[in-house]
Design a binder for this molecule. Structure first.
Ligand SMILES: [Zn+2]
Length: 189
């Protein structure tokens, strides 16, 4: 019934917060199933893992529709909580449909993901989830240039692809001013 969104730039602790909510739910004996797109295999293929090393077992799925298939195959009905990590990577139409379907169940869906890409363009899935959410938490990181709150993800590499999996090797958290001064190649909105 409820939708919660945890978003923000890279290194803002989104995954940490998602794992914290999952852990709390498990203490309350709620049934939780966690998913992430299989595109994201930076740390682990079978768990949600934060930069600080916290982990939570999950299903890595190729398509967002696989989430419903897995729930159905288990034959235990819908869990109390469905957690979806890195939700910006799923195909848009499918994501919308799956989220709306989950919302109709007695299930709380917690969506975690990047609110904007490196060029400052919002990710459609997260915009949609924020629109229908009961609760939205926009987290900030710390700007590596000036120490202010960072809302932007800056890409150090020359790549212009929207999705490029990486860590501190190619990404930095920056405040808007520091992000803008060294503007990425792609034109921002
Ligand atoms: Zn700054």
């Amino acid at each position: 019934m409820k939708v919660e969104v945890i978003c923000g730039p890279m290194f803002s602790g989104k995954t940490e917060e998602l794992i914290r909510r999952i852990t709390r739910a498990k203490y309350a004996k709620l049934r939780v199933l966690s998913f992430k797109p299989s595109i994201d295999s930076r740390y682990s293929k079978t768990s949600i893992a934060s930069h600080s090393g916290a982990r939570e077992a999950c299903f890595a799925v190729n398509q967002v529709e696989d989430i419903l298939d897995i729930i159905n195959q288990r034959g235990q009905g819908f869990p109390d909580i469905v957690a979806i990590e890195e939700a910006q990577f799923f195909e848009q139409e499918g994501f919308k449909n799956v989220l709306c379907y989950l919302r109709k169940q007695h299930t709380k869906t917690i969506i975690a993901g990047l609110d904007m890409d490196f060029a400052g363009v919002p990710f459609e899935n997260i915009i949609y989830a924020m629109g229908i959410a009961n609760r939205v938490d926009k987290l900030s990181a710390v700007c590596v240039e000036c120490g202010a709150d960072a809302t932007m993800t800056y890409r150090k590499s020359d790549s212009n692809e929207r999705v490029e999996i990486g860590e501190t090797d190619i990404y930095e958290a920056r405040c808007y001013g520091c992000w803008q001064r060294k503007k990425p190649l792609k034109k921002a909105m």
